[in-house]
Design a protein around this ligand. Structure first.
Ligand code: FAD
Length: 398
């Protein structure tokens, strides 16, 4: 049975998120875009309160995606300031034990705002995650981490706020390839972990993106997620690497939800402007009789809806414990591309107003592009999709 009806509590959650986005994000959206690196402190405190009350509770499921769409309709950069376990938490969920989940994530419901970042990307390691150069060397009952992580979302907040954490990907044996790749939880305030610089960005400028350096950073042995074992004879993927991929299966559709929120903001804006001009979009009329404007708007809507359905399907499958790598990558590839096209078309349709800072369209166009980059670029997600559809291995299709 296929059921597209939303439960009443899902609709309530969407409405609460929408109201929050309209009342709290939109009025300060331009300000925090222009004041990059200024912390929206009061807003963060408020978001933390709302999160703990449940209004902004954001997991990795369909209900969360519906809320995230609404929040990103308000402002994707400010959405990325909502405190919580985030990508770091998703990594702990994907590869951690029950004890680790309790130890690292249990305290995320108490005290002040805290963040969980995930640091995989390095100066010479992005799409090809197996190129990781950060090392983790065992020394008695500790791991010693050394390396540099770039473009870490929440990098500053997770490193500097008490009880926050960073999940760091490192190799315990470079010669073992992917089998040597493991993830480690580094609590905020651990000596040897520091923020090196803050990134200046095209879009989502309210979101903090930092370079983190690990310089002889020591953490307890039991902070490794998954097994420390490396099977050298067989260089295939071990649980460590699979943990990274499982994290993406959960987080890629969440990026899809972010993308469709930004896309809908642009779509709503254009449709309202067109309506205010007294133009009615004629649905159901044969394509050759439509105006160019009607065709453009219908194409934007089709892209938005396709991305949304793919996103919700990927998350629904995960909640049914069904493997969803293919669907996650499809959703992410489609949503990143869809939001890029929708926002560019919206700027084009609105002409100079779309390009000016008088309204938020140009900002949404800048905010959109990141959805086609982080958590695997559009090309990488299409590559993963092609491999899965054609049943090719990583080595057969690069
Ligand atoms: C704002 C922001 C926030 C980020 N947050 C995080 C974070 O929290 N944690 C984290 O670890 N990383 C984060 N990243 C990094 C992001 O995940 C990487 O930028 C992304 O994975 C791409 O890696 P790269 O930059 O090294 O590009 P590259 O891998 O060098 O790719 C460059 C180009 O080549 C293409 N390409 C590469 N390989 C192939 C291939 N096999 N086939 C076809 N095309 C290919 C890519 O699609 C891309 O267009 C963030 C990045 C940004 C910009």
């Amino acid at each position: 049975m296929i059921d597209f009806e939303l439960a009443p509590e899902q609709e309530e959650g969407m409405k609460a998120a929408h109201d929050f986005a309209r009342e709290r994000f939109r009025p300060v959206s331009r300000y925090y875009d222009e004041q990059e690196h200024e912390d929206p402190k009061e807003l963060i405190d408020r978001m933390w309160e709302e999160r703990n009350k449940g209004t902004l509770a954001l997991g990795l499921d369909v209900t969360a995606a519906l809320r995230i769409e609404e929040l990103c309709w308000g402002d994707a950069g400010l959405f990325l300031c909502v405190p919580g376990p985030g990508l770091g938490g998703a990594a702990v969920f994907a590869s951690g034990t029950k004890e680790q989940m309790e130890r690292f994530l249990g305290r995320f419901n108490e005290g002040g705002p805290k963040w969980g970042a995930m640091a995989m990307t390095e100066p010479a390691c992005g799409s090809d995650t197996s190129a990781i150069a950060t090392t983790a060397v065992r020394d008695g009952d500790e791991w010693v981490l050394n390396g540099e992580k770039i473009f870490v979302t929440w990098g500053k907040r997770a490193v500097e706020n008490p009880e926050s954490l960073v999940v760091v990907w490192a190799t315990v044996d470079k010669s073992a390839g992917r089998a040597g790749m493991k993830s480690f939880v580094v609590p905020a305030g651990t000596p040897g972990m520091r923020v090196e610089k803050l990134e200046k960005k095209l879009g989502i400028r309210a979101s903090d993106t930092a370079t983190i350096v690990l310089d002889n950073c020591r953490i307890p042995f039991e902070n490794i997620l998954g097994s420390p074992d490396v099977k050298k004879a067989d260089k295939s993927e071990t649980k460590g690497f699979k943990g990274a991929m499982a994290t993406f299966d959960a987080t890629r559709p969440i990026v899809g939800a972010m993308a469709i929120g930004v896309g809908r903001a642009a779509l709503d804006f254009v449709k309202e402007a067109v309506e205010n001009e007294g133009i009615k979009i004629r649905y159901g009329v044969p394509r050759h009789k439509l105006t160019a404007l009607e065709r453009d708007i219908m194409e934007m809507e089709a892209n938005y809806k396709a991305a949304k359905l793919l996103t919700l399907r990927a998350l629904w499958m995960m909640s049914q414990l069904q493997p969803n790598s293919l669907e996650s990558s499809m959703a992410k590839a489609k949503a990143g591309l869809a939001v890029t096209r929708i926002t560019q078309k919206a700027v084009e349709i609105m002409g100079p107003l779309g390009y000016s800072r008088k309204c938020l369209l140009e900002k949404w166009m800048r905010d959109a592009k990141i959805n086609d980059i982080f958590e695997g670029t559009g090309q990488i997600n299409m590559l993963v999709t092609a491999r899965r559809v054609l049943n090719y291995s990583r080595d057969q299709l690069k």
